[in-house]
Ligand binder design. Structure first.
Ligand code: FE2
Length: 377
């Protein structure tokens, strides 16, 4: 096979790399597969392989990968060794192009809604449209006393068919370290600690669909918010690792929220396709100990950690700072959210929202599943 070898490019990713030819040929290779095929491990006289894959570290890394003289040249991170693979040989033994679905996007521009000087009703409508498309909307609005805009904002969303969902914290959450307005504040959100990616209320049968986080007062330092599109991450993971995706979609785990005066338990898979579409539940701080048969625990952790590493990769995250008056609205069934640790009197308001008609919607779904016994809503 003739190949215009110098026109090939190589792209490196965690655990695998891809070569792309001038005519659009694409071939993806796992690092483990490549290291296993290194010609430098063959006996110089017999050409037989002298090492097996179990002799390499489990997590392989690449220091450098380039195309040179018709070959892919890889320098390995763990031992500095250089391996060379003919491009013709690679294409002949290729086993796929690699994931065709892109990882989660990270450009915050995709979420931006200009809110300054516009009627709240108009801003709320545009924000909700952006959430339906992108999973979240970041509204830059500013203002002198943003706490006075919380009630009009709730009214604006009510006009779009959303109502406030009251939780065990109360009606509106004042996320600040000196909180005196909420119940059950014995949890990370009311401290100045960093909180890694999670969804809210996964321990409820029906976690609220949306949350608004409204910036009231900025921190002196830190307090950056970040979001990840878990639906995009799940689609990407399915291309990278089918088995991991299958386990995350089928193995129920226990979410157990236990506070001084509140306790709830729900067993559910992390990734679900429910009556309302895709739904992710992910919360490392409300997980009960995993309980699987001994022979399945190792593959489970591999799948769970793979998803976690994918979403914790900063290049897959939307990152931003909420200034006073700004707010972010996100879909809690699709997006993971987090914040960095902070110092100072940061004050963010949290408001859970869901469809006005959620009870009717769920009743209708149950009724359709059970037949006419329960009667229409
Ligand atoms: Fe949260």
């Amino acid at each position: 096979m003739f190949i215009s070898k110098e026109c090939f490019e190589v792209f490196s990713y965690p655990g695998w790399l891809r070569i792309v030819g001038p005519g659009g040929q694409r071939a993806g290779f796992h690092l483990r597969w490549l290291r296993h095929q290194c010609a430098g491990d063959l006996h110089p006289k017999t050409g037989e392989r002298q090492v097996d894959s179990c002799e390499f570290p489990w997590e392989l890394t690449v220091e450098e990968a380039r195309v040179e003289g018709g070959e892919l040249v890889v320098r390995w991170g763990h031992d500095g060794r250089q391996s060379r693979y003919g491009l013709s040989w690679l294409l002949e033994h290729g086993y796929g192009a690699g994931p065709e679905v892109e990882p989660p996007p990270s450009s915050t521009e995709l979420l931006l809604v200009e809110g300054r000087g516009r009627p709240l009703v108009e801003v709320a409508r545009e924000a909700l449209e952006r959430v339906r498309h992108r999973g979240a909307a970041l509204v830059r609005r500013g203002g002198e006393r943003p706490e006075e805009e919380t009630a009009p904002l709730i009214d604006a969303f009510r006009g779009e068919g959303l109502r406030v969902i009251e939780t065990h914290f109360g009606y509106i959450e004042d996320l600040r370290t000196d909180n005196e307005t909420n119940q059950n504040t014995d949890q990370l959100g009311y401290t100045d600690a960093g909180v890694q990616l999670h969804t809210d209320q996964p321990f409820l049968e029906h976690p609220p669909r949306y949350q608004v986080l409204q910036g009231i007062r900025a921190a002196d330092e830190g307090g950056e918010n970040f979001l990840v599109d878990a639906e995009a991450a799940a689609r990407h993971l399915r291309c990278l690792d089918e088995r991991a995706h299958e386990l995350l979609s089928t193995v129920p785990v226990r979410f157990h929220r236990r506070q001084k005066q509140f306790e709830r338990i729900v067993d559910a898979p992390l990734l679900q396709q429910g009556p309302r579409g895709f739904q992710v539940r992910y919360s490392y701080f409300t997980l009960a100990p995993f309980r699987l048969p001994f022979g399945r625990m190792e593959e489970w952790y591999r799948a769970y950690d793979r998803f976690a590493r994918l979403v914790r990769e900063p290049r897959h995250q939307y990152r931003f700072l909420l200034q006073p008056g700004d707010f972010v609205l996100y879909d809690n069934h699709r997006m993971l959210h987090a914040r960095t640790p902070f110092r100072g009197p940061r004050w963010v308001r949290g408001i859970y929202l869901d469809l006005l008609s959620i009870k009717i919607e769920l009743h209708l779904v149950r009724w359709m599943k059970r037949g006419t016994k329960e009667g229409p809503p």
